[in-house]
Write a protein that binds this ligand. Structure first.
Ligand code: ADP
Ligand code: MG
Length: 294
């Protein structure tokens, strides 16, 4: 059993399905990056959105992309996830992205989009089961292993009581955990998380990020995320990439990227950066204190 497999791929019945659940190009082959982006250019409707982006994520690493609204973070994740054409620019575990067939790519990389489309009338359980699609033959039915994988991630995300609920009736935070459950059920080694905690209260933010981090450590998952909360981003990321105007303008450890100067330059934000136990803590402060009351 590969250490790189996600927990959701634990087969209940072994055999062919167990083999099929293994990511085809995943794994910790030394020296081969999980994600390699070289000179990525993306134009959308004629507008340049990404202009020469380089990015490398090692297997098992957690890299978080930060940057102001409209910087191109979601576009970058979409290109890495194969949702946008990026010929020659993206390799996943050493394989050029365009050489991966759709089903094969889905076993390697799972994406939680910033605003996923919620299918009308679908139950939580059926939605999470959609994550098993890459393992189910066309016109075939899900196996006991697929059902077990869906149950396991729902339990792990504290969603056991929600199986039969219609997805559309959940709160924003509950729904966000279901989106993550679907991605985990997919059993891919690479998780792309686009603002996975923006709809969550701080308790659920920590719960979700701790779970992702535990899965990363226990199962060798690689995480590429975007996040707006810079303090939380710095607590979890091994490295951060600051994107602005479609370019990488800073990259390094959270201490190297979360500086008052860089955040002032690229976010036009006035902040205090306080050393934390793990990453720096970023506190926004008013640029011009109001005059004292008369
Ligand atoms: P971020 O996630 O950093 O906020 P996005 O990657 O979503 O940024 O978007 C980057 C830029 O690309 C934004 O200015 C956005 O308006 C623009 N953009 C996104 N989709 C399209 C599109 N289909 N056509 C033109 N511009 C787009
Ligand atoms: Mg975005």
């Amino acid at each position: 059993m590969s250490a790189a497999r996600g927990p959701a791929t634990q087969p209940a019945d072994g055999g062919d399905r167990a083999r099929a659940a293994r990511p085809v190009t995943g794994g910790d082959r030394s020296g081969v990056p999980a994600v390699e982006v070289r000179d990525l250019h993306v134009r959308l409707d004629g507008t340049p959105i990404l202009a020469g982006v380089d990015l490398t994520v090692a297997p098992g690493e957690w890299v978080t992309v930060i940057g102001p609204n409209g910087a191109g973070k979601s576009t970058l994740l979409r290109a890495v996830g194969g949702l946008l054409p990026a010929p020659g620019a993206v390799s996943l575990f050493g394989t050029p992205s365009e050489a991966l067939r759709r089903r094969d790519r889905a076993r390697v990389v799972a994406t939680v989009a910033q605003s996923p489309v919620v299918p009308a009338g679908m139950s939580v359980f059926d939605y999470v089961l959609l994550g098993r699609t890459p393992y189910i033959a066309p016109l075939g039915r899900e196996s006991a292993a697929d059902l077990a994988a869906a149950y396991e991630v729902l339990d792990g995300l504290d969603l056991a009581g929600f199986h039969d609920r219609e997805l559309a009736t959940l709160s924003g935070g509950e729904r966000q955990r279901v989106f993550l459950a679907r991605a985990l059920a997919q059993g891919a080694t690479l998780l792309l998380l686009d603002e996975p905690i923006s709809a969550l209260d701080i308790g659920h933010q920590q719960e979700v990020l701790e779970l992702v981090d535990r899965l990363r450590r226990e199962h060798g998952l690689t995480v590429l995320a975007t996040m707006h909360d810079l303090s939380i981003a710095g607590e979890y990321a091994d490295r951060m990439v600051l994107l602005a105007d479609g370019r990488v303008v800073a990259a390094g450890t959270p201490r190297e990227v979360l500086t008052e100067q860089l955040l002032a330059t690229w976010y036009r934000a006035t902040v205090r950066v306080i050393p934390g136990a793990r990453g720096p803590l970023v506190v926004p402060v008013r640029p011009h204190p109001p005059p004292p009351p008369r």
